[in-house]
Structure formats: structure tokens, C-alpha cells
Design a protein around this ligand. Structure first.
Ligand code: SF4
Ligand code: SF4
Length: 133
């Protein structure tokens, strides 16, 4: 199961190769979904696709290395039956998670979503919803 985790780097951790170190130690595939990290610190949103025990081990390791960890327990859902394909959400989505296909239907690629929620109020028919779990 894929779990999404927001890593918070403080200034003193910003230039340490922590992500590479965790991948090497756990041998777990980590997908970087979004990164906003500079010399003053910042955040990286990652997806970890591994069995439960390995995910827990990976999260613990980040914490041991001094990284703030917040598990993202939400998802954006697109109701394709309700969508009228107006394209409003597509033009606002900052990551390309929402896009128009060749036949002008709207596609949501969850792995690209950074949960900014900009798209939700933009939809005139409420076809986009934020689900918390
Ligand atoms: S929440 Fe933000 S990133 Fe995700 S689909 Fe909506 S606009 Fe795109
Ligand atoms: S804003 Fe709503 S109706 Fe318009 S394309 Fe996006 S999901 Fe569909």
C-alpha cells in the first residue's frame, strides 16, 4: 500500500543527504511527489510503496534522523459522472495532477497531487472532493 508522508527539514538538516541515507538503509522505494527545500529548510512530500512494517521502519528512521514526519491522510477524489469537463480545475492545478486527455475528459493522477485544495472550490458542480481518512 502506498502511504504519503510530508517530511519537514529544519535549517540544520537541510543539507544532509537524509533521503538517500534512508533509501539505502531500508531498501524501500521512495517517490518524491513535491519538494520545497532550500538552505533554510523546507518540506518534501514523498510516497512510500512498501509493506506496512517497512513503511513504519522508514518513518521511524526519518524521525531518528531529526526529520519532522507528518502522514498525509487525505485524498482528492474526482467524480467523473458529475464532471462537465469545463477545465477550470485543470488550469488551476499547480502540479499537473489534473489534466485534460485527448478526448477532453479530465484525468486525476493522485500521485502528482500535493493537496493544496485549490481545485475543490473551483469546480462549479462539486465534482472534486477532499476525502480525509
Ligand atoms: S489539490 Fe492541488 S495539486 Fe491536488 S489536484 Fe487539486 S489543485 Fe491539483
Ligand atoms: S472544475 Fe469540476 S466540472 Fe470542471 S473540469 Fe474540473 S472537475 Fe470537471
Amino acid at each position: 500500500m502506498t502511504r504519503k508522508v510530508l517530511l519537514r527539514y529544519s535549517r540544520d538538516k537541510a543539507e544532509e543527504p537524509i533521503l538517500a541515507s534512508v533509501i539505502r538503509q531500508t531498501d524501500v522505494p521512495i517517490n518524491i511527489l513535491h519538494a520545497d527545500l532550500g538552505a533554510k529548510g523546507g518540506e518534501i512530500l514523498i510516497a512510500i510503496d512498501a509493506p506496512e512494517d517497512k513503511v513504519e521502519k522508514t518513518i521511524s528512521l526519518f524521525r531518528e534522523l531529526g526529520i519532522g514526519v507528518e502522514e498525509i491522510k487525505k485524498a482528492i477524489e474526482l467524480d467523473k459522472d458529475a464532471c462537465i469537463e469545463c477545465g477550470a480545475c485543470v488550469s488551476l492545478c499547480p502540479t499537473g495532477a489534473l489534466s485534460l486527455t485527448k478526448d477532453y475528459s479530465v484525468e486525476l493522477v493522485e500521485d502528482k497531487c500535493v493537496y493544496c485544495e485549490i481545485c475543490v472550490p473551483s469546480c462549479p458542480v462539486r465534482a472534486l472532493k477532499l476525502r480525509k481518512f
